[in-house]
Design a binder for this molecule. Structure first.
Ligand SMILES: Nc1ncnc2c1ncn2[C@@H]1O[C@H](COP(=O)(O)OP(=O)(O)OP(=O)(O)O)[C@@H](O)[C@H]1O
Ligand SMILES: [Mg+2]
Length: 269
């Protein structure tokens, strides 16, 4: 079993000031000694209530925010203190898919330009760009004709397909998905999850999948990572955690699933 990423003892604190004269301040431990290993080619779901530190963890791993302490090894390279030049190369291999694709797609750009942008930044020639764009648009279930359209001409599910195409165009190894289906209808959610699964098989992708929806976890994740108040509460294989949760917190999370998971609700088709 190979790990694409190992992070050890990550900590990140935020100081928040309160009160009219901002005299009161408190420290929030958004990450409190978090260690995480991500297995290559698999999906690791990060779950936990709002404010538990899921997005902070994702941002720390791709170095969008600094960490106070800890270390991160990505694809065999210690990236904890790398310089801007190296970071640019590493970023190519880690991409993100967001909850609201509309917010991350420039409304004034045609889909072709949206997909060409990361390729331009990485100096791909015109011919290679066109080839890659034509290939990826079909892989995500859209058509070449769609490349001439603007984001507002698509449905939510289709926009998320465009977001996925953009994330995959540079052929990353790790894709961090932050609530990628939360804003979609349940039937559309299932289609997008199936798409993500088939792309994972085809390109040997690794997903770090942040979600608060445990039905989604059950559907897509090999392993689960449970967070509360910036700490790791529990981690392990999805079926084992669902069958035998150790921490009270995980038990409560499972119990709160709409429709109750014990009934083995078949999600999607
Ligand atoms: N830039 C910031 N400045 C101050 N506090 C922050 C900042 N970013 C996050 N926090 C705090 O850190 C904690 C963890 O936030 P984070 O966004 O990681 O939670 P989350 O698990 O992603 O929640 P959600 O499910 O709502 O997206 C929260 O208490 C949040 O208020
Ligand atoms: Mg978040």
């Amino acid at each position: 079993m190979k790990h694409i990423l190992n992070a050890k003892n990550l900590t990140k604190a935020y100081t928040q000031t309160r009160g009219f004269f901002k005299r009161e301040s408190s420290t929030i431990r958004a990450l409190d000694d978090v260690s995480i290993d991500i297995e290559q080619g698999k999906t690791l779901a990060v779950v936990g209530e709002s404010g538990s530190g899921k997005s902070t963890l994702a941002k720390a791993l791709i170095k969008l925010i600094s960490i106070d302490s800890g270390s991160i090894v990505f694809d065999g390279e210690d990236v904890t203190n790398i310089n801007a030049d190296r970071l640019k190369k590493v970023r190519k291999k880690i991409q993100m898919i967001f909850q609201d694709p509309y917010a991350s797609l420039n409304p004034r750009m045609r889909i072709y330009q949206i997909l060409a942008e990361p390729l331009l930044i990485n100096q791909f020639q015109e011919m290679d760009r066109r080839k890659k764009i034509n290939t990826i648009i079909e892989k995500v279930g859209l058509r070449i004709e769609d490349l001439a359209k603007y984001p507002h001409q698509f449905s939510g599910g289709q926009r998320q397909r465009i977001g996925i195409a953009r994330a995959l165009i540079l052929e990353p190894k790790l894709v961090i998905c932050d609530e990628p289906v939360s804003a979609l209808d349940v039937s559309v959610q299932a289609q997008i999850l199936e798409l993500l699964k088939s792309l994972q098989r085809e390109f040997n992708l690794t997903y770090l999948f942040i979600t608060h929806d445990l039905r989604v976890v059950r559907h897509i994740a090999d392993n689960v990572f449970v967070m509360q108040n910036g700490k790791v509460m529990e981690q392990g294989k999805t079926d084992i955690i669902f069958k035998k949760p150790n921490s009270t917190y995980t038990k409560e999370l499972l119990a709160s699933i709409p429709g109750n998971i014990q009934r083995k609700v078949k999600y999607g088709s």
